[in-house]
Design a protein around this ligand. Structure first.
Ligand SMILES: NC(=O)C1=CN([C@@H]2O[C@H](COP(=O)(O)OP(=O)(O)OC[C@H]3O[C@@H](n4cnc5c(N)ncnc54)[C@H](OP(=O)(O)O)[C@@H]3O)[C@@H](O)[C@H]2O)C=CC1
Ligand SMILES: Cc1cn([C@H]2C[C@H](O)[C@@H](COP(=O)(O)OP(=O)(O)O[C@H]3O[C@@H](C)C(=O)[C@@H](O)[C@H]3O)O2)c(=O)[nH]c1=O
Ligand SMILES: [Mg+2]
Length: 295
């Protein structure tokens, strides 16, 4: 199988390079054409036509898109760029996939919801993004559905790993510098490691994406950002990546001002993905433990 991986340098892209390699030949794009000091295909998603060209050049059996504009706060002031990458480029990609009959695997986010629900969100629940990032990701989902391409959209959440930029890396950095920090305890979700998303994607590809559509892919259980921070510090100290655990003060969102509003409760129901495919989703705490062991 010939696979085109768009965005091989992000958190999920980095792990997909590993997990997809077992399935066939993987052609990888990055913004610049550079990847860990060696060559990849250059594809800047802000340039119209770039994706059409690279799909034509590689002519893959399947496309996996792990590139995205993910700066949630910055997006509030860069709406045009966020939409160009998360919606415009995705529309172009979906259209070329539809024309050529190539299935597309794509990722979306819990931030398409407002987080005011009272039970875990099902994939077909009403969306209502609170910020530009979520709105741009939702527009990307809609463009894929409208394109007629065979597709699988996996909505995930709170992605972290030891590679790339994420909340875990921020906590490890800040935790080494300070004795105390303040973290919001009234936003609830399911921290999901990039390696799990990549492993499950490869598992699904091996089984065949079948009817596809939109599914939720997150770890089991839920916590707050403050609970996640506490657990990160416990694991980091146990793994000797941190000398001592800082004090984590639980604060309300109203005490931590950010440009973007975030959903207070974005727990996603994963029943549909577990029914459609043979996949195992560990508890968030166990997944965090494994993340430190893997390194
Ligand atoms: N991070 C999270 O918490 C969550 C992420 N998701 C979704 O999961 C998917 C993967 O996210 P994640 O791995 O965390 O994202 P990252 O931010 O780690 O990586 C995104 C990648 O997209 C690339 N990219 C951005 N703009 C362009 C551009 N103009 N041209 C080419 N490449 C570009 C970046 O390249 P460069 O390195 O050059 O900047 C980077 O490699 C995305 O669809 C995201 O929306 C869903 C829920 C949570
Ligand atoms: C660094 C820090 C953050 N926070 C808060 C801010 C925010 O409400 C929350 C999370 O912070 P972050 O900015 O790291 O997380 P954020 O960028 O909002 O993470 C999101 O990224 C996008 C791409 C997604 O798709 C989402 O699923 C989600 O993972 O923690 C603290 O309370 N204290 C701190 O010291
Ligand atoms: Mg962020």
């Amino acid at each position: 199988m010939s696979i085109l991986l768009v965005g091989g340098n992000g958190q999920v892209g980095h792990e997909l390079r590993r997990s997809l390699a077992t399935l066939g030949d993987v052609a990888v794009t990055t913004r610049t054409g550079q990847l860990d000091g060696s060559d990849a295909l250059a594809c800047d998603l802000s340039q119209p036509g770039a994706l059409t060209n690279v799909v034509g050049q590689v002519a893959p059996d399947i496309v996996v898109n792990a590139a995205a504009y993910t700066a949630v706060d910055k997006a509030e002031n860069e709406s045009e760029l966020a939409f160009r990458i998360n919606a415009g480029a995705v529309e172009e990609l979906a259209k070329v996939c539809a024309t050529r009959g190539i299935p597309l695997i794509h990722y979306s986010t819990d931030y398409v919801f407002d987080g005011l629900g009272e039970r875990p969100y099902q994939p077909d629940d009403a969306t209502s993004p609170l910020g530009v990032y979520g709105a741009s990701k939702l527009a990307g989902e809609e463009a894929i559905r409208a394109s007629g391409a065979k597709h699988l959209i996996l909505r995930t959440a709170w992605v972290y790993g030891l590679h790339g930029h994420n909340f875990l890396k921020t906590m490890l950095r800040v935790g080494a510098e300070r004795d105390e920090l303040r973290v919001v305890s009234d936003q609830i979700g399911s921290p999901t490691p990039a390696w799990l998303i990549a492993d499950v994607t490869a598992k699904i590809l091996k089984q065949g994406i079948g009817a596809g559509g939109v599914h939720h892919l997150v770890t089991a259980g839920q916590t707050s950002w403050q609970g996640f921070a506490e657990a990160i510090f416990d694991e980091a100290v146990a793994a000797r990546k941190l000398a001592r655990k800082p004090v984590v003060h639980a604060i309300p969102t109203s005490d931590y001002s950010t440009p973007a509003r975030r959903p207070p409760w974005s727990v996603l129901d994963t029943g549909s993905v577990r029914q459609a495919y043979e996949v195992v989703l560990p508890d968030w705490r166990e997944a965090l433990r494994r993340t430190f062991v893997l390194e």
